[in-house]
Design a binder for this molecule. Structure first.
Ligand code: F6P
Length: 359
C-alpha cells in the first residue's frame, strides 16, 4: 500500500472527524502511507478532476478529535449506479468513480458510513479494483455486526439532555411532553435515550402500540401523584392503524417526522391533558462527540488501517463484547439492524414502568 483514501458517506454524526484523525495518524505515521481524504463522499471521486485533500498526521491539531460533523464533507444523495440527472432520469456513473480512484492512485479505501453506504461503496470498490474496509457510523445504530456505530452515543446524550430539560417544564405546567427522536425505521435511539431520560412512554417502530393502551398508562401515571409525563417517540413510528406519518411531499424522497404531532392530537383529545411536542431533528447529529464516541472512533480508525495493512479487505470494523473486531461486509450489507423483540433493553424499559407497547 502506498496511497490510502478515506471518505465519509451518508448522513453525518458526531465522531466522524475522530475516525479520520485515527485513520490518518496510523496510516501516515505508523505505516508511512500517503493519505488522501476524498471530499463529499463518492461525489468527490466521480468528478473530474477528483476532489480531495492530502492529510498529514502532523498538520492535525487536536481540535479535530472534539469537532462534530466531517471536515471532508459527505453526501447521502446519488447512488453512482443510479445517479439522478437534472431531467429526472438516472445514469450509471460508477465508471466515473473508478476513473477517480485511478487518477488519485488509491490502493485502498476506508469508507466511514452506514449500511447503505457500505453496500454501494463495496460494489464501487470492487468494480474499481481496490480493497475497501468499512467503519460503521450512524446515530440510528442500525448497522449489522456491531453493537455500536460511531455517533450513536452522542445522539443518546442529546436525547437524555433534552428529557432532562423537558421534565422540569413539564412538571411546572402539568403537561405531557412528547419528544420525537430520529432513527429512521429503527427504535434504538428512542429506546436508549428514553430509558436514560426516564420516559414514561417509549414508542418504537418495531413494537406495535394502541392509543387505548398508551392513554391508560398515562392515566395511571397521572393518578399516582404525578401531574406530568414524558413520552419519547421514534420518527419511524406509524399511526395506530399502521399508516405512515411522513413530512415528504409527493414525489420527494421519503422523509420521516411528524408522528409527535399525531400523538399530541390523539392524546390531548383522549386524555384532556395539555400536550406539547419537541422534534429533536438534526440536533442529534451535531455537537461535540461524547467520550464514548471518541474512544470508538479511535479504536475503529486504528483497526481499519491494520486491516488494510494486512490486506484483509471487504471487512468492516465492529464493536463486540467490549472490544474492536472485524466482520465480513457481506454480513453487514443485508439491510438495517432493527430492534428485536427480545432485546434486553425492552425488558429494562418495562421493568422501570415504561409503556413500550401493549403486552
Ligand atoms: O440516518 C440518519 C438520519 O439522521 C435518520 O435518523 C434521519 O431519518 C435521516 O438521517 C435524516 O436525513 P436528512 O439529513 O437527509 O434529513
Amino acid at each position: 500500500i502506498k496511497t490510502l483514501g478515506v471518505l465519509t458517506s451518508g448522513g453525518d454524526c458526531a465522531g466522524l472527524n475522530a475516525v479520520i484523525r485515527a485513520v490518518t495518524y496510523h496510516a501516515n505515521r505508523v505505516c508511512g502511507w500517503r493519505v488522501l481524504g476524498v471530499l463529499d463522499g463518492s461525489l468527490g471521486l466521480m468528478e473530474k478532476p477528483p476532489r480531495y485533500r492530502e492529510l498529514h498526521a502532523d498538520s492535525f491539531d487536536e481540535g479535530l478529535l472534539r469537532e462534530g460533523g466531517t471536515f471532508l464533507g459527505t453526501t447521502n444523495k446519488g447512488d453512482p449506479f443510479r445517479f439522478p440527472q437534472p431531467d429526472g432520469s438516472f445514469r450509471d456513473r460508477s465508471g466515473d468513480f473508478a476513473a477517480g480512484v485511478r487518477e488519485l492512485g488509491l490502493d485502498a479505501l476506508v469508507v466511514i458510513g452506514g449500511d447503505g453506504s457500505m453496500r454501494i461503496l463495496s460494489r464501487l470498490c470492487e468494480q474499481a479494483g481496490i480493497g475497501m474496509v468499512g467503519v460503521p457510523k450512524t446515530i440510528d445504530n442500525d448497522v449489522h455486526g456491531t453493537e455500536y456505530a460511531v455517533g450513536f452515543a452522542s445522539a443518546i446524550n442529546v436525547v437524555t439532555d433534552a428529557l432532562d430539560r423537558l421534565q422540569p417544564t413539564a412538571a411546572s405546567h402539568h403537561r405531557v411532553m412528547i419528544l420525537e427522536t430520529m432513527g429512521r425505521d429503527a427504535g434504538h435511539i428512542a429506546l436508549n435515550g428514553g430509558i436514560a431520560g426516564g420516559a414514561d412512554v417509549i414508542l418504537v417502530p418495531e413494537l406495535p402500540y394502541t392509543l387505548d393502551g398508551l392513554v391508560a398508562h398515562l392515566r395511571r401515571v397521572l393518578s399516582q401523584g404525578r401531574s406530568h409525563a414524558l413520552l419519547v417517540v421514534a420518527e419511524g413510528v406509524k399511526t395506530e392503524e399502521g399508516k405512515p406519518v411522513s413530512i415528504s411531499l409527493p414525489g420527494e424522497q421519503l422523509r420521516y417526522g411528524g408522528v409527535g404531532y399525531y400523538l399530541e392530537r390523539e392524546i390531548s383529545r383522549r386524555l384532556g391533558a395539555e400536550t406539547r411536542v419537541t422534534v429533536l431533528g438534526h440536533l442529534q447529529r451535531g455537537g461535540t462527540p461524547s467520550p464514548r464516541d471518541r474512544l470508538l472512533a479511535s479504536a475503529f480508525g486504528v483497526h481499519a488501517v491494520r486491516l488494510v495493512a494486512e490486506r484483509r479487505f471487504s471487512r468492516m470494523v465492529a464493536w463486540q463484547d467490549r472490544g474492536v473486531v472485524d466482520v465480513p461486509l457481506s454480513a453487514v450489507t443485508v439491510g438495517s439492524r432493527l430492534l428485536q423483540p427480545d432485546d434486553p433493553l425492552i425488558a429494562t424499559a418495562r421493568g422501570v414502568g415504561t409503556y413500550i407497547g401493549d403486552v
